[in-house]
Design a protein around this ligand. Structure first.
Ligand code: SF4
Length: 495
């Protein structure tokens, strides 16, 4: 997708039981997951006291001569890291700096640090509860709701009972990695398991790690051991992870969009490589759209998330997959310096399209999703100018008809072209000859998971948690009755 849809977040944590510094593992774990969050990054290590380094933007490159400085500033054999895109709180400079994770919270003797991926849906309820104890508490970002809740006294007074309370009382998506004041590393996942989280260890078993995606383990040459179960707490121990299933969860609901867009293709989700699922998405196009397929001369993809599906489509149909679009490899900016009359040239800053390959051809363009549709329109116009005879869009993620409450930047119906128009109308709006969406059933089958074990909220209107469903229904009614929407509704009554 060439639109700037923002991802959730990424976490990485590690503990070494031979007292080796873990900062290098965390650093690489985050670098491999920077696609999950661009706005800020943070490190937090522990060697008896906590040490932290935070910054805005991508995880920085560390020059050779700076390595020792980083190791000195972030000592310790246990630590956490985080890359963030904000789905809660303010997005001005000050708010972003303030809300950069990992965060630390203290209560009496107890101290806790966490990094989390997801989004809290029942924000006002949790704030109210916190304000009963701390009246001057003001909400900044949702990580602090989780950390405050973890620090509240429970009857048993242990970590497991605090985590269990979080799982029971917080609605939303939360994959959390954390540390106690004793340097104990733990991780847990909400009872639906909406965002991914996995564990692994070094080959000799002396270092344990937690990562949003398996690529964080791979880059450190760690073995992938298991995905944290929805509703499960894991604690790193000398001989591996101690696992406790605290909440059974009524249903699992891994975000289906992870397969189409967010996760790296070389990550494993639900025991399948994401790229294999995407290839299957492409094969589905051949089965679901035989008539359009019979007219296609060449297949091209919008790099990079369309590449694997384009390959699957090509493999099954034998139609040439022309690698006619390439991303500018070292151009990573998300805001381009443009003169005002170059507004539509942002596509050129991102990808280069080889025009003579398209001239006079019926082109199938494989992309992962359409959210707002404005960028798609620019791309189609460009392809036509380059001489494409017909432009058929093949979209691997089904039509997005509703907002996301679980950490993806799609907060309103208004901003979603698919909430107001069907595929035929969208084709007309963006100027394509056809828009062929992946079917929901085709998507589910390709993931290899049961429909009940996926979140399909934004493409079916059926959300896996009750408050999100209620909010979606209310928002839809208001939208259809012409009321304006106010962005993140789950924060709208926050004081
Ligand atoms: S609503 Fe859509 S984007 Fe959000 S978690 Fe569910 S499937 Fe993913």
């Amino acid at each position: 997708m060439l639109e700037q849809l923002k991802e959730a977040c990424g976490v990485f944590a590690a503990q070494d039981f031979t007292n080796k510094p873990v900062f290098p593992y965390i650093y690489w774990g985050l670098r491999s997951q920077n696609h999950r969050g661009h706005q800020s990054h943070g490190f937090l290590t522990y060697d008896g006291t906590f040490h932290s380094q935070k910054g805005l933007d991508l995880v920085p490159k560390v020059k050779k001569e700076e390595i020792q400085k980083w190791l000195t500033e972030l000592p310790g054999s246990v630590g956490l890291g985080h890359v963030r895109y904000s789905t809660s709180g303010g997005t001005d400079y000050e708010s972003l700096v303030k809300s950069t994770q990992p965060i630390m919270e203290k209560r009496g003797e107890k101290q806790i640090a966490i990094a989390f991926n997801g989004n809290v849906v029942n924000t006002p309820d949790i704030i109210k509860e916190i304000q009963e104890e701390t009246p001057n508490f003001r909400f900044n970002y949702d990580a602090e709701l989780i950390s405050r809740k973890l620090l509240r006294q429970t009857k048993d007074g242990d970590l497991a009972s605090s985590v269990k309370r979080c799982m029971k009382e917080i609605e939303g998506a939360f994959s959390v990695a954390g540390m106690t004041e004793k340097g104990e590393l733990f991780a847990f996942r909400d009872p639906q398991g909406i965002r991914p989280l996995c564990c692994g260890c070094s080959k000799n078993g002396t270092t344990c790690a937690v990562s949003s995606e398996t690529v964080g383990l791979d880059i450190n040459s760690f073995d992938f051991n298991f995905e944290v179960n929805p509703g499960e707490l894991v604690v790193a121990k000398k001989d591996g992870f101690e696992r406790k299933q605290l909440c059974p969860g009524e249903r699992h609901a891994l975000c289906a969009f992870e397969f189409a867009y967010f996760a790296r293709p070389d990550s494993r989700l639900g025991n399948r490589y994401v790229y294999e699922v995407r290839e299957e998405f492409g094969r589905n196009f051949a089965w679901e759209y035989p008539e359009t397929t019979s007219k296609v001369d060449i297949i091209m993809s919008m790099p990079e998330t369309g590449n694997d599906a384009a390959y699957g489509y090509h493999e099954l149909t034998g139609i040439r997959w022309e690698r006619a679009s390439r991303r500018h490899r070292y151009v990573a900016e998300r805001a381009f310096i443009l003169l005002s009359d170059q507004r539509y040239n942002t596509i050129d800053r991102k990808i280069n399209i080889v025009d003579h390959k398209l001239a006079g051809k019926n082109v199938a363009v494989v992309d992962d999703s359409i959210v707002r549709g404005d960028t798609t329109k620019v791309v189609v116009t460009k392809l036509r100018k380059m001489g494409a005879k017909k432009v058929y869009l093949f979209i691997t993620f089904p039509r997005i008809i509703g907002p996301c409450f679980y950490g993806v930047d799609m907060a309103t119906y208004r901003e979603l072209i698919g909430s107001q128009h069907d595929a035929e109308e969208i084709a007309e709006i963006v100027g394509a000859d056809a828009v062929n969406y992946q079917s929901v059933d085709g998507l589910v089958k390709a993931t290899g998971l049961d429909k009940q074990n996926l979140c399909l909220g934004c493409i079916t209107g059926k959300y896996p948690t009750p408050l999100a469903q209620k909010l979606a229904d209310e928002m839809k009614e208001r939208f259809e009755n012409g009321y304006s929407e106010k962005g993140r509704i789950y924060e709208s009554s926050v004081k």
